[in-house]
Ligand binder design. Structure first.
Ligand SMILES: Nc1ncnc2c1ncn2[C@@H]1O[C@H](COP(=O)(O)OP(=O)(O)OP(=O)(O)O)[C@@H](O)[C@H]1O
Length: 313
């Protein structure tokens, strides 16, 4: 496989097992630079794949290139160009936010002065400047997660792996982190994030891969995945918002207009909305199991509990 700047990750026949348990089976994938989400239920193999790509664990067979490098053979060179923020924050609670940043800078071989300069910029960017002198163990969960990500960015990685970056965060912290992730991508870094939150993948990622049973069962933009489960649905509801009926459509303007005209004739007073399928519905269709939703949280994107985001007709 040859590397060009237009290829971020390339997999050919990647397989990985633990004993007799096949976790990843014959994966093929080519990713361009950008924000990509790896979505899948518990145990689907998301962390295993990220750990392989980020050099933490070896793969069994196949070909793997990350930024043109083989994570097994070119481990050290690749480690200098990527960062990994795991589900379990690597922050040292006894050190202050700034000390954590400087420690990470030294690990990446930056001079003290360069590390300090970069730490100032990143702490400011993640809104942690005021807390920089305080021990990290006094931080909230959201602040620790932000510090962890800030520290992982100290060496300006080309590719950032975020493994379930918002798991366990409340809605506000999650939204703040989404804003940061978007800003990181705008500054030119590529991001590969894993998530169990369908909405997170929908909001952040240009491309979503659904991992299930060791294979990628779907791959595309959120809109492309949604189009796999059919066109828009027209919802009829009363003035109190109770859903009276749902009518599937082919999705084209002509087809939706045709249905709306018939509804207007038969029920001139009824209220209608037209909505696209949600990623939950896509997930159910593709994997036979519902995607995980954080029941404790209200939906941060403003949809209802089912992840529905309605669009006025
Ligand atoms: N070191 C290991 N030894 C044996 N089995 C493992 C090991 N690491 C992971 N597994 C198994 O491999 C499968 C995939 O695990 P992985 O952590 O990659 O899934 P995941 O999609 O990241 O799940 P989650 O969303 O729960 O983090 C699981 O069945 C897990 O039990």
């Amino acid at each position: 496989m040859s590397y060009t700047d237009s290829v971020l990750v390339e997999l050919r026949g990647l397989s990985k097992s633990y004993g007799t348990h096949d976790v990843l089976t014959d994966l093929d994938l080519t990713l361009p630079p950008g924000i990509h989400a790896l979505l899948g239920p518990n145990g689907a193999g998301k962390t295993t794949l990220v750990n392989i790509l980020s050099t933490l664990i070896p793969y069994d067979s196949g070909e793997v290139r990350v930024l043109g490098l083989d994570p097994r053979r070119d481990r050290t060179a690749l480690q200098g160009r990527i960062s990994l923020t795991g589900q379990y924050a690597a922050v040292d609670g006894r050190l202050s936010g700034m000390e954590n940043m400087l420690m990470m800078g030294r690990l990446f071989g930056l001079s003290r002065r360069a590390a300090r300069r970069r730490a100032d910029v990143l702490l400011e960017r993640f809104d942690l400047t005021a807390a920089a002198g305080k021990r990290a163990e006094t931080y909230s969960g959201g602040m620790r997660r932000k510090l962890d990500i800030a520290a992982s960015l100290i060496a300006e990685p080309q590719l950032i792996f975020l493994d379930e970056p918002t798991t366990g965060l409340d809605t506000r912290s999650r939204q703040a982190l989404w804003d940061e992730i978007t800003a990181l991508a705008e500054s030119g870094a590529s991001i590969l994030l894993t998530t169990q939150y369908l909405e997170e993948a929908d909001v952040l990622a240009e491309r979503i891969m659904v991992l299930h049973g060791g294979r990628i069962v779907a791959d595309g933009t959120a809109a492309e995945l949604k189009s796999r489960v059919g066109g828009s649905t027209i919802q009829l509801h009363d003035h109190a918002g109770h859903i009276l009926d749902e009518i599937p459509t082919g999705g084209s303007a002509a087809d939706v207009a045709h249905h709306l005209a018939a509804i207007a004739d038969a029920h001139p007073d009824v209220e209608v909305t037209v909505r696209r399928p949600t990623l939950d519905e896509v997930f159910l269709e593709l994997t036979g199991s519902p995607g995980e939703q954080d029941e404790a949280d209200e939906d941060p994107t403003g949809g209802d509990r089912t992840g529905r985001k309605e669009v006025a007709a």
